[in-house]
Design a protein around this ligand. Structure first.
Ligand SMILES: *Cc1c(COP(=O)(O)O)cnc(C)c1O
Length: 426
């Protein structure tokens, strides 16, 4: 066998690959215009700080939208991805992948789930959940012909056709008709609406097979689930053989101050999903279920990239770091600190702000409906001052920093917001 010359003379990545020139006009000529982007580009990050190509420094309270759990350039994550890619980064699920097994075991040991399926994003994890619900309904649950999945208004479950249908916000569904059949919507935190929908949708061989909800609505405006609502919901699901499914894509993996958002609600889901923060910014999705609804068999669902050695080692490192470094305690303390500062700002400007809410390090401050100012206006003004924030709908500002954020950084973020608001409130 001849020597592999490619290995003998490794190609050094070019300067244009590692440091491409930032030119927004050139960018917009080639990339589809699916995002309203700010005209800046980030060049590097460290902890909760980012620097753009102009050298301007930002305090990052977006974290890749609740994704960079350990912040930027975390030494443990760097060591893991470097060592794993040197050893093995991708093989097919034709073979056993020990890193995938270890990650699944960690999740099962630290949650109410018995089984895990791996994919690459939140939407994909929710797709897997929707398929599992339907297979369970067709094969176990009264052999239902037309199972209905109940979701909440103002929810967010992703952008694929089925998950955008599950998303109870018409603005995301516009122009994508025909949507996927088998979904119905109820207002969030309203138990009477659930009871009515279950009764209304029960006809022939069709009925509600699952209720799919976020423990705290993220995108829809940082709305925490209410304890009494979820306790009643669990009871209703048990009495009517309905699966309770939680979308933990944004709130899971420690962001809420507990490992999983459902731990705030006194109930366990039958199925739940995770993605955003799970591997700290390396793309991953996961769908978890209890043994009784573990109805997937070989060939029923799959993903080429799903659960590869690289991403699973990354996720396991993120989870072990959360545990070893007592990060949940930091999330709880920094969350309290942030909410108390936001409440002080809100009460100083009652004409601007109407509410502060959240769990751990997923928090929102709501803008008054009586003023024309939107969350995007404040996001832009904050960016000028070096603070990165994200909107959660037109009237809610979202604060989702890395879970390692320090007391000094929360203090700095609050001071920057005070400065922004003082300037705006003319
Ligand atoms: C972001 C999000 C999704 C979609 O995740 P993607 O990785 O963008 O597909 C789904 N559900 C919730 C609750 C989310 O916040």
């Amino acid at each position: 066998m001849s020597q592999n010359t490619l290995l003998d003379t490794p190609f050094i990545p070019s300067e244009s690959t590692l440091n491409p020139v930032f030119d927004p006009q050139e960018f917009d000529r080639y990339v589809m215009q699916t995002y309203g982007r700010f005209p800046i580009a980030m060049e590097r990050g460290q902890g909760c700080r980012l620097w753009d190509t102009q050298g301007k420094e930002y305090l990052d309270f977006v974290a890749g939208i609740a994704t960079c759990t350990l912040g930027h350039a975390h030494p443990t994550l760097i060591a893991t991805v470097t060592q794993q890619i040197q050893k093995l980064h991708h093989v097919s699920n034709f073979y056993y992948i020990p890193e995938q097994g270890a990650l699944a075991k960690w999740i099962v040991d630290h949650s109410c789930a018995d089984r895990v399926f791996f994919c690459n994003s939140g939407a994909e994890a929710n797709e897997a959940a929707i398929k599992l619900i339907r297979k369970y309904a067709h094969t176990v649950l009264d052999f239902l012909e037309k199972p209905v999945i109940l979701t909440a208004k103002a929810s967010f479950h992703g952008r694929t056709l089925a998950t955008v249908t599950a998303t109870g916000q018409p603005k995301y569904q516009q122009d994508f008709d025909p949507l996927v059949p088998g979904f119905a919507y109820v207002p969030y935190n309203d138990i009477k609406a659930v009871e009515n929908a279950i009764a209304d949708l029960d006809e022939g061989n069709s009925r509600v097979a699952a209720i799919m909800l976020e423990p705290l609505q993220g995108e829809g405006g940082i709305r925490p689930g209410q304890l009494d609502y979820f306790l009643r919901l669990r009871k209703i699901c048990d009495e009517n053989s309905i699966l309770l499914v939680f979308d933990e894509v944004q709130v899971g993996v420690g962001r809420s101050g507990k490992l999983w958002g459902y731990e705030h609600l006194g109930v366990e889901p039958d199925i739940f999903t995770s993605a955003k923060g799970l591997a700290g910014g390396i793309p991953i999705g996961a769908m978890m279920c209890k043994e009784f609804c573990n109805v997937f068999t070989p060939g029923t669902h799959a993903s080429t990239f799903g659960g590869n050695p690289f991403v699973c080692a990354s996720a396991l490192t993120v989870l072990q770091t959360i545990e070893k470094e007592n990060i949940l305690q930091n999330v709880q303390q920094r969350g309290e600190q942030l909410r108390s500062r936001l409440r002080a700002i809100a009460s100083a400007y009652p004409n601007l702000f109407t509410d502060v809410r959240g769990w751990g390090l997923i928090n929102g401050i709501e803008l008054s409906e009586t003023i024309s100012l939107t969350s995007l206006d404040i996001v832009k003004a904050a960016m000028e001052e070096g603070l990165l924030l994200a909107p959660a709908g037109p009237k809610v500002l979202r604060f989702v920093p890395p879970l390692i954020v320090s007391e000094a950084e929360v203090d700095q973020a609050a001071k920057l917001l005070e400065k922004v608001v003082a300037k705006l409130n003319v």
